[in-house]
Design a protein around this ligand. Structure first.
Ligand SMILES: Nc1ncnc2c1ncn2[C@@H]1O[C@H](COP(=O)(O)OP(=O)(O)OP(=O)(O)O)[C@@H](O)[C@H]1O
Ligand SMILES: [Mg+2]
Length: 283
């Protein structure tokens, strides 16, 4: 396990119990989504996992070792955290300086720092913005710059808090493709928070559903979305195509042996159901 959270509890000073005994297990190489509605505790959990706040109870382990046994530098090399709001993360005058900040602090050589900055900006699709002042960037560009800053540290595990929120459709696709590429080609373990249920089945191997500070479901997308009642009870909904499939089964007697979660799956299942139907008429 690259990351484990055991019985993690966190209560804010005003008495809000944001996390109530959260369990999380993430194996190396996984692409995991933390799915939960607004206020369910996603950001709080990520802050606990990355050591920004200390759990009141419970324990976080990275590669089997308790979090607090690591030095800051060791943790920065292992775990990268992209904040929900890029304005909380970016602080240097220009994009290039911001991305360089982490690698410089690791004590890397100048040429290595330059290489990592260039490589990271290329990967997130903003190679031309290295000298741009941060405060001139659009929101989507800031999101990319923040991801570049974490990429430049080459972490084993990347934790991203709503990386696609506020991006346009092309931006969402590009960022998700980038994350998949980092996961598959560079072996970076990905844990991202979102409440976008349509996005999840396309990319995730595993989902943890967080609701009112508790993990109420965990499994593959197929397993999680088959628990329709729990998903809906947790302030979420099924992916649109699964909802359509549900209606086709109920109202139009189209037979499907399982719930399709992507357009591709739905298409195959509908076409196959219709073909069976045709042969029935031919007989
Ligand atoms: N600094 C704080 N002080 C008091 N309560 C807080 C604080 N930060 C968050 N909370 C509360 O903790 C709960 C969980 O908030 P959190 O930001 O972790 O949720 P979230 O799942 O990330 O939501 P969103 O999808 O809106 O980002 C909420 O009820 C919120 O009001
Ligand atoms: Mg949040």
């Amino acid at each position: 396990m690259i990351l484990e959270a055991r019985e993690v509890k966190y209560t804010y000073s005003d008495g809000t119990a944001a996390l109530k005994e959260v369990e999380l297990n993430i194996s190396k190489g996984q692409f995991t989504v933390l799915l939960g509605p607004n206020g369910s505790g996603k950001t709080t959990l990520f802050k606990v996992i990355t050591g920004l706040i200390k759990p009141f109870r419970g324990e976080v382990r990275v590669e089997g070792r308790p979090f607090e046994e690591y030095t800051k530098e060791e943790i920065y090399r292992k775990v990268g955290f992209v904040f929900q709001d890029p304005n909380d993360q970016l602080f240097a005058p220009t994009v290039g300086e911001d991305v360089a900040f982490g690698p410089v602090n690791l004590g890397l050589s100048r040429s290595e720092v330059e290489l990592r900055v260039k490589d990271s900006l290329d990967k997130v699709g903003i190679p031309n913005l290295a000298n741009k002042p941060i405060h001139y960037l659009s929101y989507g560009q800031k999101k990319r710059a923040a991801i570049a800053g974490v990429l430049a540290m080459k972490p084993d595990l990347m934790i991203l808090d709503e990386p696609t929120a506020g991006l346009d459709p092309a931006g969402v696709r590009e960022i998700m493709r980038l994350l998949v590429k980092l996961n598959r080609e560079e072996g970076i373990t990905i844990l991202m928070a979102t409440h976008d249920v349509d996005l999840v089945p396309l990319y995730a191997n595993g989902i943890f559903v967080l609701y009112e500070g508790k993990v109420v479901l965990n499994g593959t997308p197929q397993e999680v979305f088959s628990e329709k009642e729990i998903v809906r009870g947790a302030g979420l909904r099924l992916p649109r195509v699964a909802h359509l499939a549900e209606i086709l089964v109920k109202k139009d007697s189209i037979r499907m042996d399982r719930l399709p979660l992507t357009i591709g799956e739905a298409r195959r299942m509908v076409v196959s159901a219709l073909k069976k139907d045709e042969t029935r008429y031919e007989k």
